[in-house]
Design a protein around this ligand. Sequence first.
Ligand SMILES: O=P(O)(O)OP(=O)(O)OP(=O)(O)OC[C@H]1O[C@@H](n2cnc3c(O)ncnc32)[C@H](O)[C@@H]1O
Ligand SMILES: [Mg+2]
Length: 198
Amino acid sequence: MTKRVIIATKNRGKAKEFQHMFAPYGYEVQTLLDLPHIEDVEETGVTFEENAILKAETVARELGELVIADDSGLAIDALEGRPGVYSARYAGEEKSDEANMTKVLEELESVEESDRTARFHCVLAIAGPDMETKTVTGSCEGMILREKRGTNGFGYDPIFFVPSLGKTMAELTQDEKSQISHRGHALEKLGNMISDLV
Ligand SMILES: O=P(O)(O)OP(=O)(O)OP(=O)(O)OC[C@H]1O[C@@H](n2cnc3c(O)ncnc32)[C@H](O)[C@@H]1O
Ligand SMILES: [Mg+2]
């Protein structure tokens, strides 16, 4: 029987990545896109950790099941860590990846190459009945380019350059991204915990 794991996300890009990352372990991933009766959780926290816990615990309580949530974002040094926890809505409530990237590129227009350092952060929270909520973190270092490159991935991937690979995140295959990404690193840490629980 296929094991099922629920991820409390409505982000199609994240959903696709989790499906890909869990498949080799024989897990079928369901997200809030498959469970439309579950409402969006308001992200009132001021840290990735607070928001990940909020999303995981709220949905776990509603479903009475084990749930994983992902809160993530991009921290740019020249912008004092912005967009940070506001990454999804940086250019407005409509959560447009294109508008968010355009805003970042404009804000960095006068910033020279060596100062364009940034990193993606990901906090995964796992919550469920009869267990204490746990969190793990992962990050990935890079540079913000001056224009978009590549069409894979989602969010800020086309402007996030990974120096060790000489490519943007949006030029990586799903396998390549999972090996080096903030989400991939966090999920590695969650690995053993999940196999004990789900
Ligand atoms: O809360 P859920 O429903 O999971 O979906 P969301 O898109 O609102 O997710 P977050 O609140 O965690 O915001 C994360 C934002 O950070 C960006 N982001 C996170 N991981 C990324 C990745 O792997 N590549 C590119 N951008 C990413 C992207 O803009 C996301 O919308
Ligand atoms: Mg969100």
